[in-house]
Design a protein around this ligand. Structure first.
Ligand code: URA
Length: 185
């Protein structure tokens, strides 16, 4: 399946009840040629309305970290574990994540990233380890098959707790450095 086929099949998805409450699916943002991939949790209100990941308040803050790390937001690929908004932005249920994971697996297969960055605990628990502790393990790089994987704080956690911002900047600078090293290989 190519990108357009995958996106189309996602748009028509009715595998879980979120299909009944969504405005639309939220599939991707950025470059399909990216070697750096960010994976968030699930669309929020602004994303559900626009169909684009990370365009709301958390996304706007995240854009500032991309800029601060010298990364072009159009050069990276950004998506979510869930492609549909959970009502009132509640945490995605395990069964909703299960239903949605095949889309993300296919996105990873098509992108073939060198680095995957989980944005927040939900993505890290799903993609790195179920007992992942974001406060202890953010910014740690793990090797997983063909790519490196790490996690940073979710930008909405930074909106709630500004004391995490310094660590976020450190992690983003480290990720940008690794990415530039790998891009030159
Ligand atoms: N939070 C997420 O995890 N993803 C989005 O797309 C927006 C907010």
């Amino acid at each position: 399946m190519n990108f357009e086929e995958l996106k189309k099949s996602c748009e028509g998805c009715e595998k879980c009840a979120l299909s009944k409450t969504r405005t639309q699916t939220v599939f991707e943002r950025g470059s399909r040629d990216a070697k750096l991939m960010f994976v968030g949790e699930a669309p929020g209100e602004k994303e559900d309305l626009s169909g684009v990941p990370f365009v709301g308040p958390a996304g706007q803050l995240f854009d500032k970290y991309l800029l601060a790390a010298g990364l072009d937001r159009e050069e990276v690929y950004i998506c979510n574990i869930l492609k549909c908004r959970p009502p009132r932005n509640r945490d995605p249920l395990p069964e909703e994540q299960e239903c949605c994971m095949p889309y993300l697996r296919d996105q990873v297969r098509l992108i073939r990233p060198k680095i995957i960055v989980c944005l927040g605990r939900i993505a890290a628990c799903r993609l790195i380890s179920p007992d992942f502790r974001i406060t202890k393990e953010h910014g740690v790089l793990y090797k997983k098959g063909a790519f490196l994987i790490t996690a940073v704080y979710h930008p909405s956690a930074l909106l709630r707790d500004a004391s995490k911002k310094e660590e976020m900047l450190k992690d983003m600078l480290m990720i940008a450095e690794e990415y530039k090293k790998l891009s030159n290989e």
